[in-house]
Write a protein that binds this ligand. Sequence first.
Ligand SMILES: Nc1nc2c(ncn2[C@@H]2O[C@H](COP(=O)(O)OP(=O)(O)OP(=O)(O)O)[C@@H](O)[C@H]2O)c(=O)[nH]1
Length: 324
Amino acid sequence: MGVMSVRPDTEAAAQQAADKAPHRAGFACFVGRPNAGKSTLTNALVGQKVAITSNRPQTTRHTVRGIVHRDDAQLILVDTPGLHKPRTLLGERLNDVVRTTWAEVDVIGFCLPADQKLGPGDKYIVKELAGIKKTPKIAIITKTDLVDSKQLAEQLLAVSRLGEELGFEWAEIIPVSAVKDTQVDLLGDLIAPLLPQSPPLYPEGDLTDEPEMVMVAELIREAALEGVRDELPHSIAVVVEEMLPREGRPADKPLLDIHANVYIERPSQKGIIIGPKGRRLKDVGTKSRKHIEALLGTPVFLDLHVKVAKDWQRDPKQLRKLGF
Ligand SMILES: Nc1nc2c(ncn2[C@@H]2O[C@H](COP(=O)(O)OP(=O)(O)OP(=O)(O)O)[C@@H](O)[C@H]2O)c(=O)[nH]1
């Protein structure tokens, strides 16, 4: 019997290798100064609004995971609050959350806006990152649509140098624009091979495992902050007390009753939130209800109450109650 040697052509071999490539799954988080574009990037990768974005710093309080389902990998994105100089107990807790998250993920993406000079805040974060030796770190230059190619090149160089200075090498350096959807998929391609071999960790179709009540609370908080951030920058917390389908509704006309409390720190802040003749609070309700209905895919009746939780940012008991 003769021996037949079959040598597949290279293309077929590559295809075969791709078919056999082990599936990967794991966690990544984006870090960076407040407003660096982390939430927007998370949303762009996941393709749906899962993290709260705003044009003001430090609106992301909760660790929201977005899940990217790919053929070759499942990428679970953990969105952390910005690391910043702690001034209150809440600030310290938030920084702890950030560091704990960093130590647990498989990949860290450091986000640096293309239109901002690399500053002391960025260096502080990257220095902390340098200490997390085992985890691969990707430098992501965000908001590239805001700069020209010369500015972008300078930023790429600056971030690469910073790595060298601190004695580590970025696994990748990549410019992206989440708003223009430039290179967002490529970022996914770069992160995927850095994840450990694993079957998918979440069922397909799941975009986030953040409890719905927390996401609903974040949407209300986002709407409540709009227009009053200067007056009440960090004084608002929202807790959803109850989400119940209204009884006796026909199957094709469901209604979800949501009861939520908006907490402020001082009685004097009540007027700001509620507004003249209750108009502001009504606005907050209307606006956030639209987002909540889009998120949950069902009509919602939203019942909002404003409550005073005295100095909640400084009181450990209150912080726990409010979910921190
Ligand atoms: N032009 C442009 N603006 C962007 C891009 N990505 C984010 N932004 C804007 O930058 C601001 C901050 O974006 P966020 O995604 O909320 O930033 P963040 O890093 O999550 O902020 P924190 O939650 O405060 O840590 C928002 O006004 C975004 O619309 C981008 O690719 N291009």
